[in-house]
Design a protein around this ligand. Structure first.
Ligand SMILES: [Zn+2]
Length: 55
């Protein structure tokens, strides 16, 4: 399932890929922060920011 993770603060696309990763995995990959605005990300915020991309 294609996956897109977007920062809730600045709408930066943080992760885009065809492999589904858990919010915890993506958070770990990103070092816990948005790479654009530096906003600290929590897994609870993350889960609502994960949306499937349209075909
Ligand atoms: Zn951000």
């Amino acid at each position: 399932m294609p996956l897109e993770v977007v920062c809730g603060s600045c709408d930066q696309v943080l992760y885009k890929g065809s492999d589904f990763k858990s919010p915890r995995e993506v958070l770990k990959m990103l070092g816990g922060r948005c790479n654009k605005c530096g906003e600290a990300l929590s897994t609870s915020e993350f889960s609502i920011d994960i949306t499937s991309t349209r075909p």
